[in-house]
Structure formats: C-alpha cells, structure tokens
Design a protein around this ligand. Structure first.
Ligand SMILES: Nc1ncnc2c1ncn2[C@@H]1O[C@H](COP(=O)(O)OP(=O)(O)O)[C@@H](O)[C@H]1O
Ligand SMILES: [Mg+2]
Length: 239
C-alpha cells in the first residue's frame, strides 16, 4: 500500500505558519514565541479547527528540540478521573523545564468536560505551578470554564474554517501526495468538511485510496455512505 500514515497525523502542522485560517490567533501565538513569554491560554471552538495543532506547533517553536520534554498533552475527560489528571499535572509540573526554558507547557484538552468542583481544583493546581508551568485549556465553549480560571487566561476563539483555509491545506496535501484535485473536488471537500479540517483531510485521504485523480463524486460518495469515524477506520484498513 502506498498510504503509509493517517494524513491528519502526517500533516499535523509543525510550525504555527502552517496552521490554516485562524490568522489573528496565530499572529499572537507567534509573538509569544518571539517574546519568550506566555500567559495561560484558553482555546475555545469547534472540533478539527486547529486548537491542538496550534498548541503543539507553538510548543515546537518555543522549545525547538526539547519540545517533547517541556510540553505535555492531557485529556481532562480521562475516564480514570480528575485525580489521575491532577497527579499527571503535578508530576510533570514539579520538575524544572529542560534547557534554558523558563516554564513548561501543559495542554489540557476537553477542559469543559470537568465539573465545577474539578475545575476549582484545577485552578488551585494552576496557581500552585504557575511559576514553572503555563496551561493551555482547550474546550468547545469557554462559557463552560469557571470564571476564576477564565480571568487568569487569555481566551482565543477558534473559528470554523473558511473555504480558503480548507482549500489551501487540501491543495498542499494533494501536491505532496501527487494527486490531481479539481476546483470541483475542492468545493466538495469543503462542503463535506463543514469547516472541520480533520474531516476535510480524511475525505481527501479516503478518496485517494480509490484514485490519484480526485473527483467530487468520490468525495460525496464516501462521506454519504460512511460516518466520519467509519471513514477513519476505512483509511486504516486500506493502509
Ligand atoms: N487550521 C488548521 N490548519 C492545518 N491543519 C489543521 C487545522 N486544523 C486542524 N488541522 C488538521 O486536523 C487535525 C486535527 O486538528 P486538531 O488541531 O486536533 O483540532 P481541534 O483540536 O481543534 O479539535 C490536525 O492534526 C491537523 O492535521
Ligand atoms: Mg484537539
């Protein structure tokens, strides 16, 4: 098989400038990197628009080759519970940053899944470690984050992606993969993506299993007959 990886992973942005759309947010994140300083952040918005991607790309730029040691990604809705999340945060936060970094970065996905009590505990943890750690909390709705946390964070609202944002990334990936992608096919990808880049990339990859020449019918057929999670499974079995 010529497809060697899930494209959403293969084409996960490595630099902030690769994050499509979200220009105003990205400019701010770039200026944090430049100034070597960072407040706590809240990234809110729908799925698949680059919240995790932006956090990872920012960490890569911040730390260069020590990014993996100084950055960690956790899911707040971890079914093992908030205690596991807090212990993981404590273990990560209590050791010094590696290299010349002044702080580490903790990315906490689905922070709005936490109960208010768990968020209060999180707030205390954030305060306790704010000397050596910055938190980036990701959520669908910032209104579900308790006020005492919100007031300690800069809030960035990620938008559902525009046609231009989806199309430019899809074109880039098609180029890298040697695919022909007509204007019609781009419109189809944009239509089925509903502003979600993960969906757009999955639609492109599953169509590419069929042919190097991507036609709108292929995109519509795949997405009409399969749910997004089925499409991901389809790609995996084709590899
Ligand atoms: N704005 C974007 N620019 C480029 N790629 C993106 C963008 N948003 C999402 N992606 C792609 O989709 C995948 C999932 O995106 P992710 O950042 O995890 O979404 P979110 O965290 O907002 O749900 C990423 O690995 C990346 O390949
Ligand atoms: Mg995410």
């Amino acid at each position: 098989m010529r497809r060697e990886a899930i494209w959403t992973e293969k084409y996960r942005p490595r630099k902030l400038e690769e994050v499509s759309g979200q220009e105003a947010i990205i400019r701010n994140l770039q200026s944090y990197v430049k100034k070597r300083n960072l407040p706590h952040l809240i990234f809110s918005g729908p799925a698949g628009v680059g919240k995790t991607a932006a956090a990872v790309a920012m960490a890569r730029e911040f730390y260069d080759d020590t990014w993996a040691e100084n950055f960690t990604e956790l899911n707040a809705s971890d079914e093992r519970g908030i205690e596991v999340v807090r212990n993981t945060i404590k273990n990560f936060a209590r050791t010094m940053p590696i290299g010349d970094a002044a702080f580490k970065i903790i990315f906490l996905d689905e922070a709005d899944a936490l109960t208010d009590a768990a968020q209060s505990a999180l707030r205390r943890t954030m305060e306790r470690y704010s000397g050596t750690c910055r938190f980036v909390l990701s959520c669908n709705y910032s209104s579900k984050i308790i006020e005492p946390i919100q007031s300690r964070c800069s809030v960035y609202r990620f938008k559902s992606l525009s046609y231009d944002a989806i199309a430019s990334r899809a074109k880039y990936i098609a180029d890298m993969e040697g695919l022909t992608l007509s204007e019609d096919a781009l419109r189809a990808i944009n239509y089925v993506s509903m502003g979600d880049m993960r969906r757009a990339i999955n639609a492109l990859q599953s169509a590419a299993v069929l042919s190097n020449e991507i036609k709108p019918e292929m995109i519509y057929e795949i997405t009409a007959t399969a749910r997004p999670d089925e499409i991901e499974a389809l790609i995996e079995t084709a590899m």
